[in-house]
Write a protein that binds this ligand. Structure first.
Ligand code: GDP
Length: 352
């Protein structure tokens, strides 16, 4: 990992490390350089680049790189380079299972390529010399850019068609009167585990970020009433903008839900920060004001777990009148209480 730390900026390489491990990589070195700004040609200083371990098979930059920064670092070190955005795109590409997810990833990759082709065009026209010279390189990149724009247009159409079809499915469910519950939360909070514990549905679970890209739905029976419960994509802070749009499409499931289960990991050191990112995403989706239950998960990992202390710690984020249920999705503790609360919130107890 190479990172530039600008004044007043906090560098958290832990998350990036997790992302690299999710791709099967191992981080052998972290080079951080304090600088006023990025080097326009090589991101971190040329001298600092010499410190990079020659055994590395990949260099990952903490910040987004321009086309020429990437090429220059590769030329100087002889090691392939990726930036954080590319790492995330690669993870999504490997995890995407449904047609929609695959198209979304393809779209995000095309946007990324297009932005880099623009940079490439600039670099080449500089090489071309005088104003108005149109080097052969430039026309080539123009051609590629045009092809990419056409591809993006087509992908967007395909995705829109798919989304429209999914909307019809959701409407159908609504007409049949099923209530829907969406599980949301920061990546790795235990959403898939909870869905599986509640519905016995076999979903893919790994201790890796973004194991969930596609929405999975299972059914839960509460007093004989069928409730559809789905697990959504994990939220993450600083998502590359290429992927934000994909998230929003996938998250339309959340907007339609009758109830949200906001799952968070009580053993995390960053509970407040993670809850805040979840709140920010829900606010963007206009879904923060929906009926919701906060689900404190992984209590088996915390010694002497104290719910009052948790309430206090999260007072600025979890509204006082929102239910908070403590569970262990893995050990199946607290699930009965959670189901009771779900029933209550969906008014399935026959009172209404
Ligand atoms: P998601 O990304 O939110 O869907 O998270 P997962 O359900 O994939 O869980 C992430 C990791 O946390 C997995 O290794 C799970 O086994 C683990 N996990 C989930 N729930 C619990 C729990 O209640 N207790 C403990 N100790 N681990 C859990």
């Amino acid at each position: 990992i190479v990172a530039v730390q600008r004044k007043g900026e906090e560098i958290d390489t832990e998350e990036l490390k997790g992302l690299i491990e999710a791709l099967g990589g191992e981080v052998i070195q972290t080079v951080i350089q304090k600088r006023r700004s990025f080097s326009p040609s090589t991101y971190i200083g040329k001298g600092k680049l010499e410190e990079v371990d020659k055994n590395a098979t990949l260099i990952v930059a903490y910040h987004p790189l321009t086309y020429s920064q990437k090429r220059n670092i590769e030329e100087i070190t002889g090691i392939p380079v990726m930036d954080r955005t590319e790492v995330i795109l690669e993870i999504f590409a490997r995890r995407a299972k449904t047609k929609e997810a695959k198209l979304q990833v393809e779209l995000a990759k095309s946007y990324y390529k297009l932005s880099h082709i623009r940079g490439m065009g600039k670099a080449m026209s500089r090489l071309g010399g005088g104003v108005g010279t149109r080097g052969p390189g430039e026309t080539q990149t123009e051609k590629e850019a045009r092809a990419l724009r056409r591809k993006i247009h087509k992908l967007r159409q395909e995705i829109n068609n798919l989304i429209r079809r999914q909307e019809l499915v959701r409407e159908g469910r609504k007409r049949k009167g099923f209530k829907t519950v969406s599980i949301v939360g920061y990546t790795n909070a235990g959403k898939s585990t909870l869905l599986r514990s509640l519905t016995r549905k076999d979903v893919f679970i790994k201790d890796m970020p973004f194991a969930t890209l596609d929405v999975k739905t299972g059914s839960l029976f509460l007093d004989g009433e069928k409730v559809l419960i789905s697990d959504t994509v994990g939220f993450i802070k600083n998502l590359p903008h290429e992927l934000v749009a994909s998230f929003h499409a996938t998250l339309s499931e959340v907007k339609e839900a009758d109830l949200l289960l906001i799952v968070f990991d009580v053993s995390s050191e960053k509970i407040e920060e993670e809850l805040k990112s979840v709140k920010a995403v829900l606010k963007k989706l206009n879904s923060w004001d929906k009926p919701k239950i906060f689900v404190a998960n992984k209590i088996d990992k915390v010694k002497n777990f104290d719910i009052e202390a948790l309430r206090e710690k999260t007072a600025g984020i979890i509204p006082e009148d929102s239910p908070l249920v403590c569970i262990s999705a893995l050990k199946k503790e607290g699930l009965d209480e959670l189901k009771e609360k779900i029933k209550e919130m969906l008014s399935l107890s026959g009172e209404k």
